[in-house]
Design a protein around this ligand. Sequence first.
Ligand code: PEP
Ligand code: MG
Length: 524
Amino acid sequence: MIEEEEAVCRIEPPSLDQLLHPTIDPRVERHVIGSGLPASPGAATGEIVFTAEEAVAVEAEGRKVILVRIETSPEDIHGMHAAEGILTTRGGMTSHAAVVARGMGIPCVVGAGSMRVDMRNEVLTGIAGITLRRGDIVTIDGSSGQVLKGAVPMIQPALSGDFGKLMAWADKTRRMSVRTNADTPQDARAARSFGAEGIGLCRTEHMFFEGDRIHDMREMILAEDEAGRRTALAKLLPMQRSDFTELFTIMHGLPVTIRLLDPPLHEFLPKTEDEIADVAAAMGMEPAFLARRIDAIHEFNPMLGHRGCRLAISYPEIAEMQARAIFEAAVAAAETTGEPVELEILVPLVGLRAELDYVKGVIDRVAEDVTAETGRTIAYLAGTMIELPRAAIRAHVIAETAEFFSFGTNDLTQTTFGMSRDDAAAFIPTYQRKGIIERDPFVSLDFDGVGELIRLAAERGRRTRNDLKLGICGEHGGDPASIRFCEDADLDYVSCSPFRVPIARLAAAQAAIDRRNGGVAWMG
Ligand code: PEP
Ligand code: MG
């Protein structure tokens, strides 16, 4: 009765969430006790627990839990896995909890500033002074950001053949490809099943969140000299190599972008005295020594500190280890699958071409070594994140070295606005209420400012290198309005967390249709 394209345009991409996650029955009355940012879609009900250990213990008894924290850190990963949902009172859309939960497909509400967590007494206080204790039941709605008292009726997701048909129509129509941000084999498998056409961002620091790996990663961060760092790196190399081999094998035939280490320090180091004592015990160190080391490398603003390519420049042995793991894994995976890996290596937080030249020099040298050792030539592209205003402005110069650009719009938003991505949740809702901004720029791209930098960088970069591949891998890569912008800016692909891949496929198709029809809805 209607054309395929019209069918594609009639469906709001975010509504696909209903097919992928449980949602709250719209007919029920909601007893809202707090709200925050809708960080990862879907609804979940469970008993409140306040620590990752409790989450694991209660889940092991067959009960469902909601992990409630002020904010999460890598230590909480096992508890996050065990939880049905995650609630934090601090943090924004790109906080640790938000990014990790989205990757896992677990419902999550972050930055619930109207709620308070008293960790010592294990009490969660909501609006109107309502108090909830460990074991009390709550429901979180990661699609609206609401926190509800008790259990509420849910509608379970169901994927039918109709979904596949609609997606096939969308795929026929779109120009941009849709990749995924995936850091683990599970993410990659899930994303591939949702139709991802490659990995647009593998955050290698996230590969060390699990189990004992965090200790070796911390040992590397805390090392006092190169010898200490090399000892820790030697332990990390085999883990990286086997993870990359698995990722390349799962994604065979599709491009995979691996980003060199970009760990904001505060996400990796223990903070409180208790945490320091635990970590010191696990690492076989004196707590006082660990506390002194943490003090020595303390940064006032870790997001703008010793992260990204700065780390590889200070300590090239880190980039060497990662490049070796990537190339050796590429050789191994190609042997298993019989196909060469379509490999892209991504250098983070570049502002100066000389930074990229330096790190690319390390990568190229390791590639030569691995080629000499294995007798295999390895094809790869070396590119950069564009996530600092200076990189966008100097894109024509950076493109002399970079073979592709990936727009890191989380950091580009943070640095363009001068708003900390971890702290903005404290005032963005007020800005929205007072009409100062319409949308949270960490959720939906700020077209006029950050968008202008993307357009400028795309145009300048392509002036230098007309086949420069352009993609976006910030959280905006899964947001339909931002995807519409990327279509107009002529990007080649968007990359988003696995569960947002179907949304991005549909949004990219709608963007292509709109563009063809001359619609520029996002320009407002
Ligand atoms: C970004 O900054 O947009 C990005 C994708 O990198 P990260 O979120 O890891 O800083
Ligand atoms: Mg970044």
